[in-house]
Write a protein of this length. Sequence first.
Length: 89
Amino acid sequence: MTEIVPTSGFRKAFKRKVRGNKNLEVRFRDRVAIFQVNPFDPRLKTHRLAGRLEGLWSFSIDFDLRVVFSFVEPSRVVFVDIGTHDEVY
């Protein structure tokens, strides 16, 4: 199972974007549970980022909400940011 370490920036963005929206909170928890078992599950649409975010990865929570993360060890990741495509890219 993949261990997740959120940055303080991720926590702040999570509070702004997800916390308080029950449907989004449930969707987030469901996607993270899938991610912990298999970060490359096709439902997540996990992909490597390019440009100024080169070296980071992203997976989808819903149509426009994404989590940006980094692999620090094979079974450990750091959640860096969460937001819409325009906000995080």
